[in-house]
Design a protein around this ligand. Structure first.
Ligand SMILES: Cc1cc2nc3c(=O)[nH]c(=O)nc-3n(C[C@H](O)[C@H](O)[C@H](O)COP(=O)(O)OP(=O)(O)OC[C@H]3O[C@@H](n4cnc5c(N)ncnc54)[C@H](O)[C@@H]3O)c2cc1C
Ligand code: FES
Length: 350
């Protein structure tokens, strides 16, 4: 039998985490991760996925003991582990400790992450395997368009990252476009087990791929599959932003077949995006005969369209989607076109 009082005691114990070589110390609860606690304290901790997959949050534990909640997480190689590296997004402190980490040299987003109990209040089907889920918290939903949250789902080990598809709001609504993953634990819980009225824990916001409305450039968004979620939020915000009134907002959205594409439906539901966004849908399955739109992988479609229009370096780019798609777009922007890094914002859905 689980000893609930012992678990609660561990969760509530607050430990001091020092950053080696500095005077910085931040508090971390026994059930929090070093990464999330550092971000809650306003530190520029390095990270991307918050899910154990990318390795961007690697640290050394210089003193003290930690629990590694996913010791085989793919973000570190066996060699790196043997050399003592750990993932801050997968480490919980057992007591006070000291870590070695190189903080990022940029200001963190203004909204610090917070844990909320949220209730599933609605779900809308978008395609045969995608739906938009709506959760409600007791306090306003504060995040930047393009950011993500971590959801703790019933019966699922580890949190899952999902990007908000809506806009920050006072009603406490957090919406996510989610694609069902075959044999996926988190998506099975969301699609099959979570009934309306169920409560879960949501932690957020996280992520650096948020809309920069002060940039003077036109915006190109590129998404595949559920990568539509953050891009919808970015486009919804951009379409409402007075500073971007004269800017061209383009979305390139890719799927395997026409049945996978739901961008027109999603954009048409919002009066601000309807008619304001230049949207290009593309399919990659060459066997599909009934299709008059663009064909090919989405990075190929973007390459053709943007090069035909002139200089690719004149845009800001936001892209999200599965790793293969995100890698191909990243290569196109960074290696082929040499777009400056401060014009490229992305999340890879590991
Ligand atoms: C920044 C970010 C934003 C994302 N946004 C979206 C979105 O808006 N919509 C969407 O559909 N998908 C999104 N994803 C993908 C999503 O987080 C899930 O990976 C996907 O839904 C598959 O989850 P699953 O549980 O069904 O599959 P599974 O195969 O069961 O799990 C996949 C993921 O869960 C995590 N995981 C697995 N095992 C463990 C463990 N033991 N401990 C801790 N973690 C574990 C890993 O990150 C792994 O990649 C995003 C991912 C990232 C990184
Ligand atoms: S942020 Fe920890 S592995 Fe990606």
């Amino acid at each position: 039998m689980t000893d609930v009082s012992a678990e609660t005691e561990v969760a509530e114990r607050i430990h001091a985490v020092g950053i080696d070589g500095t005077a910085t110390v931040f508090p971390c609860a026994g059930n929090d991760t070093l990464l999330r606690a550092g971000l809650r304290a306003g530190l520029e901790m390095p990270y991307e996925c918050n899910s154990g997959g990318c390795g961007a949050c690697a640290i050394d534990v210089v003193a003290g003991e930690i629990d590694d909640i996913w010791p085989t997480a793919p973000g570190l190689s066996e060699r790196q582990r043997a050399r003592g590296k750990r993932l801050a997004c997968q480490c919980r402190p057992r007591g006070d400790c000291v870590i070695k980490v190189r903080l990022r040299n940029e200001a963190p987003p203004v909204e610090r992450p917070l844990r909320h109990t949220v209730t599933l209040v609605g779900r809308e089907t978008l395609t045969h395997d995608m739906a938009e889920f709506h959760f409600k918290a007791a306090v306003p939903a504060r995040f930047l368009p393009g950011q993500y949250a971590l959801l703790d789902l019933p019966g699922v080990i580890g949190s899952r990252a999902y990007s908000m598809s809506n806009l920050p709001n006072d009603d406490g609504i957090w919406s996510f476009v989610v694609k069902r993953v075959p044999n996926g634990n988190g998506t099975a819980a969301l699609f099959d087990r979570l009934a309306e009225g169920s409560q879960i824990t949501l932690d957020g916001p996280f992520g650096m791929a948020f809309l920069r409305p002060d940039s003077p450039r036109d915006i190109v968004c590129i998404a595949g599959g559920s990568g539509l979620s953050p891009v919808l939020s970015i486009l919804r915000a951009a379409a409402r932003e007075p500073k971007l009134a004269g800017r061209r907002l383009t979305l390139y959205y890719g799927g395997r077949t026409p049945a996978d594409l739901c961008h027109d439906k999603a954009l048409a539901r919002d009066t601000a995006t309807a008619g304001r966004i230049h949207a290009v849908g593309a399919i990659s399955d060459p066997e599909v005969a009934e299709w008059t739109g663009e064909r090919g992988f989405i990075h190929e479609v973007v390459k053709r369209a943007v090069e035909a229009g002139g200089d690719p370096k004149v845009f800001d780019y936001y892209f999200c989607g599965p790793p293969m798609m995100a890698d191909a777009v990243q290569r196109l922007l960074m290696l082929d076109w040499r777009v400056p890094p401060n014009q490229i914002y992305y999340d890879r859905f590991l």
